[in-house]
Ligand binder design. Structure first.
Ligand SMILES: Cc1ncc(COP(=O)(O)O)c(C=O)c1O
Length: 426
């Protein structure tokens, strides 16, 4: 039995049923190689994980050195240096007073912990999240997810969650569309949601500073300032979910850095350790210390090998100036993509920050009818050309380009040319 057949027989994975998978043998930089030696340009980075490039020598070396010393002991009553060092480093590079980290393994687990902490700190239980959002596939995180496509087949979900409209200017729910003139109606509407859709017992507001699965939606510049001000007025904590947008992806180390706002809790995962499983939520002292003895623990959370890898990952990002490079490459990429003429499908909008780039496909620019089937086809055609991208958005019509931040300019040019050819029908 080969790998494909064994997967069909023995691995329970939902996506394999939808897309014929590539059997990856190895990866380096922004290139995957399959078992037959075919190579693919990776423009999705394992869903925004391998920000410092696949197989980053520095990260691998640090992990190997740690593996020789200690692989696991659990944070229960043991302390290890890589955990302490990483926590200190995160306190230095995250915004404002954020200081104490709790380490887990994946994004959903860290969001769950952040929910628990916010409830403990405020003594309240309700939540407000954004439409179009995605926060993971556990019970609580799906409950906070504002996209029925991700929630089908689950439920009933957690009570006490209200949704406020996403700052999705291209499809503005208020039909205002222009952030210069809209007076940030969507941000102010948050207060209306608190008033009309909650029992005024809101513990936290949660948002992705740049939305990923929702179709690469970057809120206007002053959006989070208004949100934070409303949070403060109502004693609500602001949880920033940077599981996908963090670690240089958007052109700054953290996406919330674009908005000049200090979240109460910041949640990190994916790009934190360039592929090693690790996540964390970080809060300022006063909030973090709301946990009582015995409140929270994760058996594998804060694995020493992952923490050592993360430290090397962050050092590499800083020394290579990776966030600034992502900002530059992303600006070039968005400009080049927005010059592509319509063909078998129209480009409604090219958007994003840094190397978190979305191309919203529509049947025509006037009706803005989402072109979901075409988005799937384009992804398949790009794969034929050896380029791997993601697809997302509430309507499944947004091409997502989120490559390793180390991707070369020549490779980015190749991506633009390939997308141009496919949209032209070649
Ligand atoms: C913004 C965001 N939050 C949370 C998650 C969940 O992370 P994980 O799949 O590691 O549980 C994801 C995953 O894509 C995400 O994009």
């Amino acid at each position: 039995m080969n790998t494909q057949e064994k997967y069909k027989q023995y691995v329970n994975t939902a996506f394999v049923k939808a897309v014929e998978p590539i059997v990856v043998d190895r990866a380096q930089g922004a290139t995957y190689t399959d078992e037959e030696g075919n190579t693919f340009l990776d423009c999705f980075a394992g869903i925004s994980v391998a920000n410092a490039g696949h197989g980053n020598a520095r990260v691998i070396e640090a992990a190997k050195a740690q593996m020789d010393k200690l692989v696991h002991c659990c944070s229960y009553v043991y302390h290890v240096a890589p955990v302490a060092d990483l926590a200190e480093k995160l306190a230095q590079i995250t915004p404002g007073r954020l200081k104490k980290s709790f380490f887990g393994n994946g994004g959903a687990e860290a969001i769950e912990g952040a929910i628990r902490l916010a409830r403990r700190y405020t003594g309240k239980f309700e939540a407000v999240a954004l439409t179009q959002s995605f926060h993971g596939r556990s019970y609580a995180t799906l409950s906070l997810t504002g996209n029925c496509g991700r929630k089908i087949g689950g439920g009933p979900y957690m009570p006490g969650v209200a949704f406020t409209p996403a700052p999705y200017c291209y499809r503005c729910p208020f039909k205002l569309h222009n952030p210069e003139t809209c007076d940030m109606a969507c941000a102010h509407y948050f207060e209306e949601v608190i008033r009309c859709h909650t029992a005024n017992n809101v513990a936290f507001f949660i948002a992705e500073p740049v939305m990923g699965e929702g179709g690469i939606i970057a809120p206007p510049d002053n959006y989070f300032k208004i949100i934070k001000e409303i949070c403060e007025r109502h004693g609500i904590l602001f949880i920033a979910d940077e599981v996908q947008a963090g670690f240089g992806r958007t052109g700054k180390m953290f996406a919330i850095d674009h908005y000049g706002v200090e979240p109460d809790i910041l949640v990190l995962a994916k790009g934190i350790a360039d592929g090693f499983p690790l996540s964390c939520f970080i809060a300022r002292d006063e909030v973090a210390d709301a946990f009582q003895v015995g409140d929270h623990l994760s058996t594998f959370g804060g694995n020493p090998v992952s923490c050592a890898a993360s430290l090397a990952n962050i050092a590499f990002m800083e020394e290579e100036n990776l966030p600034a490079k992502a900002l530059e490459k992303g600006a070039w990429l968005r400009r080049a993509l927005s010059e592509i003429p319509s063909g078998q499908v129209a480009i409604g909008e090219v958007r994003g920050k840094g190397l978190m780039v979305g191309i919203e496909l529509v049947e025509d620019k006037k009706s803005k009818t989402p072109a979901a089937a075409q988005a799937g086809n384009i992804r398949a055609q790009l794969r034929e050309k050896g380029i791997l991208i993601g697809v997302g958005g509430g309507f499944g019509n947004v091409l997502r380009i989120q490559p390793p931040l180390t991707i070369g300019e020549e490779d980015l040019r190749r991506v633009v040319e390939a997308i141009k050819a496919v949209i032209a029908g070649n």
